[in-house]
Design a protein around this ligand. Structure first.
Ligand code: SAM
Length: 221
């Protein structure tokens, strides 16, 4: 059964919330992610994000899910990726839990979602992506991979989640850098993107900045 169709662009208040939220995704990529999520939501299946951080991109999946009457699921251990740890360029000291002494982006994420009025449309899973993928038991309309950027993590995200993408569903991958000099966090997302294409299971349908959107057009992964 197909779900109601979400508009192909986010409402102005959602875009404003996205721009105000902590996070790394630029607006052009956000608009492309929203369009992909809105299209995929028509399948009537959940939309899954790997890498919540403070909820910037989650807002877009949640808004698309709300419009189509489906649910967004976002997975993160909320302890930050390698490049977000103290001493690294992407570190934000305001998201360190002073009691525990480690990053904890969950409170900021919850405030982001609450302020946008989207809490009812998101299930937040706090845990490690491969463990969550291993217990996940149903097809997904869209998987958006924006988690750890090492080969170990990106590969585990791909291997854990790509098999769950439904026929005609979408696999979106963020931070795809074909040129090694473009980004110090590395090319692991680029390598899983190439792997998805080489599998024959996915066909590229959109490119925006470092975002790649692939459609499942065959079995496997
Ligand atoms: C680049 S940030 C996500 C940014 C977010 N999508 C946005 O647009 O603002 C990556 C996130 O992935 C999470 N992460 C990294 N490796 C993970 C893993 N193996 N399991 C779960 N979360 C992970 C980190 O905690 C971090 O919050």
């Amino acid at each position: 059964m197909s779900a109601p169709t979400a508009p192909t662009a986010p409402q102005p208040e959602i875009l404003a919330a996205f721009e105000a939220a902590k996070g790394f995704m630029p607006v052009d990529e956000g608009l492309a992610l929203y369009a992909a999520a809105a299209g995929a939501a028509r399948l009537g299946l959940p939309l899954v994000e790997v890498g919540t951080y403070c909820g910037r991109s989650t807002l877009l999946l949640a808004a698309a899910a709300r419009a189509a009457g489906v649910t967004a699921v976002t997975v993160d251990h909320h302890r930050g990726s390698e490049e977000q740890q103290p001493g690294w360029d992407y570190h934000d000291p305001s998201v360190v839990d002073p009691e525990v002494g480690r990053m904890d982006t969950l409170p900021t994420f919850r405030r982001t979602l609450h302020a946008a009025g989207l809490e009812d449309h998101v299930i937040a899973v706090v845990g490690r992506s491969p463990q969550v993928a291993a217990v996940w038991g149903r097809p997904v309309g869209l998987v958006f991979i924006d988690g750890g950027h090492t080969d170990e993590h990106a590969t585990a995200d791909y291997e854990g989640w790509a098999p769950h993408v439904a026929p005609d569903g979408l696999l979106a991958i963020h931070d795809v850098h074909p040129h090694p000099e473009d980004e110090f966090t590395g090319q692991a997302p680029y390598r899983i993107y190439l792997r998805a294409l080489a599998s024959g299971a996915f066909t590229e349908v959109a490119v925006e900045g470092t975002l790649r959107v692939l459609r499942r057009t065959g079995p496997g992964s």
